[in-house]
Design a protein around this ligand. Structure first.
Ligand code: E4P
Length: 217
């Protein structure tokens, strides 16, 4: 399963890339707005660092506007994936952009039916938001299991990108279900490294080693 960082923050991205576990980036208007400055320059820098799929979202809500913004974003760098919201306009724009060879991530997916429609129009990725479903007392991971089943039934090429992840359990469950990608905030990726028994075990190994060296000396 691929891991993406859900961030527009250069420090977070630069800090995690050398680990060798990151395959791409997702951004959204809220994340880029938080960074401020010229979002085009920022996206180019992110693409340069990551050298992998980097989702950048349109903010237009009509088809023409989405196509114009999508083409502009795609022209920034070969690694840009144009993100469109799941609306009627978004689905139509996805169809056109995909037919032009642009990779499209259809975002704000909350039902399996929405994922199916996005796959039918050639989305490269669909992004169901599991955390936001959990927030309203609906199982986000049940949605992932439904989409996995549908995509397998029809062998869609569309990749299932699990978004709005909040805990390591989301990541492990997504991997067990066979999701293609999880996008995670940097803090969640850091959390994947942690287990107290690993820390305690290492401390004990090092202490025992030191003791043995002191006896020899
Ligand atoms: C994904 O592409 C979105 O940017 C993101 O995962 C949304 O997460 P949130 O619900 O934590 O804002």
């Amino acid at each position: 399963m691929k891991l993406f960082i859900d961030s527009g923050n250069l420090k977070e991205i630069e800090n995690l890339m050398p680990m060798g576990i990151i395959d791409g980036i997702t951004t959204n208007p809220s994340l880029l707005a938080k960074e401020g400055g010229d979002y085009r320059a920022l996206l180019k820098r992110i693409c340069g660092i990551v050298q992998g799929p980097t989702s950048a979202e349109v903010v237009a809500t009509d088809v023409e506007g989405m196509l114009r913004e999508g083409r502009e974003l795609a022209a920034l760098d070969d690694h840009i994936v144009v993100k469109v919201p799941f609306t009627r306009a978004g689905v139509q724009a996805c169809k056109t952009l995909a037919s032009e060879g642009t990779r499209v991530n259809v975002t704000l997916i909350f039902t399996a039916a929405q994922a199916l429609l996005a796959a039918k129009v050639g989305a490269t990725y669909v992004s169901p938001f599991v955390g936001r479903l959990d927030d309203i007392a609906t199982s986000g991971m049940n949605l992932i299991s439904e989409i996995v089943e549908i995509f397998e039934n029809y062998q869609f090429d569309t990749e299932l990108l699990v978004a709005s992840t909040r805990s390591p359990i989301h990541i492990v469950e997504a991997a067990r279900m066979g999701a293609d990608i999880c996008t995670c905030p940097a803090t969640l990726i850091e959390a994947l490294f942690k287990h107290p028994l690993t820390d305690i075990g290492l401390e004990r190994f090092l202490k025992d080693w030191e003791k043995a060296q002191a006896v020899k000396a």
